[in-house]
Design a protein around this ligand. Sequence first.
Ligand SMILES: NC(=O)c1ccc[n+]([C@@H]2O[C@H](COP(=O)([O-])OP(=O)(O)OC[C@H]3O[C@@H](n4cnc5c(N)ncnc54)[C@H](OP(=O)(O)O)[C@@H]3O)[C@@H](O)[C@H]2O)c1
Length: 296
Amino acid sequence: MDKLNVSVIGLGQMGAALARAYLQKDARVTVWNRSTGKATPLVEQGAELAPDLETAITASDLIIVCVADYATSDSLLKQPHVESLLKGRTLVQLTTGTRADAERSARWAADAGFQYLDGAIMDYPVVVGSNECLLLASGAQAVYERHEQALKVLGGRFTYVGEQPGAANVLDGGLLTIYYASAIGFMQSAGMMMAEHVTPETLKHALDAFKPVIDRTFEYCTDRISRREYAGTEASVHVHTLGVKSLLSRAKSAGIEHGLLQLFVDYLEKANEGGHEADELPAVFEAFRPRGTATV
Ligand SMILES: NC(=O)c1ccc[n+]([C@@H]2O[C@H](COP(=O)([O-])OP(=O)(O)OC[C@H]3O[C@@H](n4cnc5c(N)ncnc54)[C@H](OP(=O)(O)O)[C@@H]3O)[C@@H](O)[C@H]2O)c1
């Protein structure tokens, strides 16, 4: 099999991990970064440092970009002489951004005559290159399929999520919202536990046993939100409100930051005021339902 040829533009914490994953698979990896010093460890591992962006682009048919944001990427790539070098190649944009960023970039690629996939990396650099690493890609399916093998070097769970260029970025936003809510919820909880002389390790151990309850809640919410049907006989919004108010007063009396718990109480109160007192927890979704726009 021919040696895989790939260029990686952007060698921050994530870009360097992407390049490393290819080096570990013995690919021919050309790298470029604004600050050249960051390329040194990669060059020691066999990467070729391009003297300029143009050389990095012409070195490979597959170009992976991972920089701070789309404005940075645009400032580097949206130049007529760079666009003409991109012609006929494939650019995979792994910088975090929005649906609009991806759509604008896909139109730009089509006008400039190169193939384009937009993607999102759903894990940390240390996991990149492993079978567990989840990445998402969207754009033309034929382009994804052509590069699937090369992309899966970055993560065994590299997943194609659809033709719409923004699909990966949209899902990235959905997953990250849940990620931050959970992670910051963990910090809130760890503070409260510490005030009660319970270690973070003990909390984590208890959380592992509790995870099936969380999973079932997500499944239940998915079903109820889709059907907009909130009646049930398990636990009312009223009962949940009492429970969360108890958490709030525990945090307050321990002198712990409690803004997050106050927000939870506010959302539950909103559901009560909206007439959902006897309904179940998924009724809180009504506070988040997009108004006046077409939804699923
Ligand atoms: N780190 C993660 O765990 C993670 C996970 C998922 C997704 N991501 C996404 O991956 C992307 C990169 O993240 P990172 O962690 O690698 O960030 P980082 O370590 O801060 O690196 C930022 C990169 O952008 C470049 N850059 C910034 N401003 C620039 C400019 N004006 N001109 C040229 N290059 C510029 C930096 O170049 P210099 O080195 O010269 O400053 C560097 O290559 C982000 O969109 C991030 O959301 C990161």
